[in-house]
Design a binder for this molecule. Structure first.
Ligand SMILES: Cc1ncc(C[n+]2csc(CCOP(=O)(O)OP(=O)(O)O)c2C)c(N)n1
Length: 576
């Protein structure tokens, strides 16, 4: 695109980063959905020049993208913060290997865990994995950093980590688009000492990595992304990421050391800055990453109160943090109560589990909402895949009233290995796969069992029942997730058997199958006001002022789970 054809577009941080990668000539992108990283791959998949894929999970995505980089094209891997845990094995050794064409790892962290199972600070991972860390403060900087990240990766032979946080990933800004740099594939030249990580080679590459880290540190000292702004010398604030913008707004006259290339730590720059100001103050979210480094360097700084290590740092917190005071409240801010959508196919299964008073080991997805009142029918949720594996542990300790539950997307991500393990280790009991034909939680992305790629291209669909049978499961039943009597019947039958059984509750998510059946009405003559139907937690059911059940016809989609829940036949199919 010529200068005159420049275009400005309103983009989120994720989209701006994707655009930056595109303009930097990225040719390969792999990811697994997860808030707040999902939109990066979705944006990259729009470009015909980019070979983009949703992979089965983050470890697979990392290795596929890394493989492409070693084979000679610029490649990017993106995931939410916990996604990097799944990719830790290849991540740790890939720093030793280095790259061929540039390889960029994007971690989108979630201080405040708006939609996550923890709020780990992946800045520590950069240090642990011995990889350079770039931290944009806003969408335009995210875009700007991408060509630099790829060139740094290639010049210093190292994967580069770019860390976003939710506020950078999801903030929108006007972004000026540039043209795509044409980067020729480098080809692959076999080099076992670099690419084959057997112990001796890895040892030598580790020695080399330490040298590369020194070179990276020298680069960080002079990087344009590490900016010293000397204003009032009374207080000098060292900060990074979105905290820089918040601190700048709160203390416009203070001096700043804004770190965009924050690891390896630019030690000289930090010392130089500290010498120019009377007092150093660190403003950072979550872990005391910069603070500990300053302590190691012997630079005195006004420390944050440890209570700030939990939760998101908001603009309105700046004065309190700077004053060294504790967070006023340790409770998360009150928010709208999460609830399953009307017509959500997960609701019926949980109604049955609750009725049967079963102990349920759960997993992550929309169906995690089954743990909340009024359903309250799921007792554990740890990480993706644990619905199957913790089920095995629970079942072997507590006996037959235990059921494991997992979504179709999560089953493909990390449930299959657990199922093979359960079969191998002679486990019995019932596992339920909630097959709503999508990855609903993160925005209805396709996965291997849906038969579509991220580009919308039809592909071979993984058949879940065949998969379970191939794993060696004794019984596989398929039921409609709305057919609660059938779910209960099959569940009772299978729980009593000395066998390992999988029940697939199969009904598409209402967000993809946007169908509506005739709705439900309450027959006042039959309603005994027992309110059992409200236990389904359907937002379309409301207790009216007269105590009778009203159905919000605007949102009822006619799944009839409430109809089968009412023992008195008071809820009837059909519009009012
Ligand atoms: C390691 C990891 N990667 C990604 C995520 C984000 N995430 C949470 S649940 C989920 C999949 C949900 O899909 P599915 O199991 O099909 O359940 P649904 O939401 O459709 O009910 C994803 C991708 C996560 N929490 N952890």
């Amino acid at each position: 695109m010529t200068k005159s054809a420049e275009q400005t577009v309103f983009l989120s941080g994720d989209e701006a980063l994707a655009r930056g990668a595109y303009e930097a000539g990225v040719a390969f992108a792999a990811s697994y959905p997860g808030t707040p990283a999902t939109e990066i791959l979705e944006a990259l998949a729009q470009y015909p020049e980019v070979n983009a894929q949703w992979s089965v999970n983050e470890k697979v995505a990392y290795e596929v993208a890394f493989g492409a980089a070693i084979a000679g094209v610029r490649a990017i891997f993106s995931a939410k913060h916990v996604g990097l845990n799944v990719a830790m094995d290849p991540l740790m050794t890939s720093a030793y290997v280095g790259v061929n064409a540039g390889f960029v790892i994007v971690t989108a962290d979630e201080p405040g865990l708006h939609s996550s199972q923890n709020e780990q600070d992946n800045r520590l991972l950069a240090k642990f994995a011995k990889m350079p860390l770039l931290e944009p403060s806003d969408p335009s900087e995210a875009k700007l950093m991408m060509p630099y990240a790829f060139s740094l990766s290639e010049r210093l032979d190292i994967p580069v980590i770019v860390r976003l946080t939710t506020r950078v990933a999801h903030t929108k800004e006007n972004i000026t688009l540039g043209s795509r740099t044409c980067v020729e594939p480098r080809g692959f030249k076999p080099d076992p000492a670099k690419y084959v990580m057997v112990p001796r080679n890895a040892y030598m590459r580790h020695i080399d990595l330490e040298k590369r880290l020194l070179a990276l540190q020298a680069e960080a000292e002079t990087s344009a992304f590490n900016k010293m702004e000397i204003n009032d010398p009374a207080v000098g604030i060292i900060t990074s990421g979105v905290s820089y913008l918040y601190a700048k707004e709160a203390f416009p006259n203070a001096s700043f050391l804004k770190l965009g290339f924050s690891f390896p730590f630019p030690e000289k720059l930090m010392r130089e800055f500290a010498a120019k100001v009377k007092e150093v103050l660190v403003i950072e979210e979550l872990e005391p990453f910069l603070e500990e480094e300053l302590a190691r360097l012997g630079i005195r700084c006004r420390a944050r109160h440890p209570s700030w290590r939990v939760g998101e740092l908001r603009p309105e917190d700046m004065i309190e943090v700077a004053a060294g005071r504790a967070r006023a409240s340790v409770e998360p801010a009150a928010s709208r109560k999460p609830v399953m959508c009307p017509g959500c196919p997960h609701r019926g299964v949980y109604s049955v589990l609750k009725k049967m008073k079963l102990t349920v080991t759960g997993d992550i997805g929309c169906y995690t909402l089954g743990a909340l009142a009024p359903l309250s029918a799921m007792q554990t949720c740890l990480c993706m895949g644990a619905g199957v594996t913790m089920f095995e542990g629970f079942r072997k300790v507590l006996g037959k009233n235990v059921v494991g539950i997992i979504g179709d997307g999560t089953f493909v991500h990390s449930g299959i290995a657990g199922l093979v393990n359960a079969v191998y280790n002679l486990s019995h009991g019932v596992l339920i796969i909630l097959d709503n034909a999508t990855t609903a939680m993160t925005g209805t992305q396709p996965h291997p069992a849906t038969g579509l790629t991220v580009k919308g291209v039809p592909t071979k669909a993984l058949v879940l029942e065949d998969m379970c049978k191939a794993c060696g499961v004794d019984n596989v039943d398929i039921v409609s997730a709305y057919d609660t009597p059938a779910i209960e019947r099959v569940l009772r039958e299978r729980l009593d058997q000395a066998a390992l059984s999988v029940i697939i509750a199969r009904t598409p998510c209402k967000l993809i199958a946007r169908t509506r059946a005739p709705q439900v009405r309450c027959n006042a003559a039959k309603c005994v006001k027992c309110y059992m139907c409200l236990n389904t937690g359907c937002p379309a059911l409301i207790k009216g002022e007269d105590g009778l059940i009203r159905i919000d016809q605007d949102i009822c989609v006619g799944c009839y789970v409430c109809v089968s829940t009412c023992k008195f036949g008071a809820l009837e199919k059909g519009a009012v």
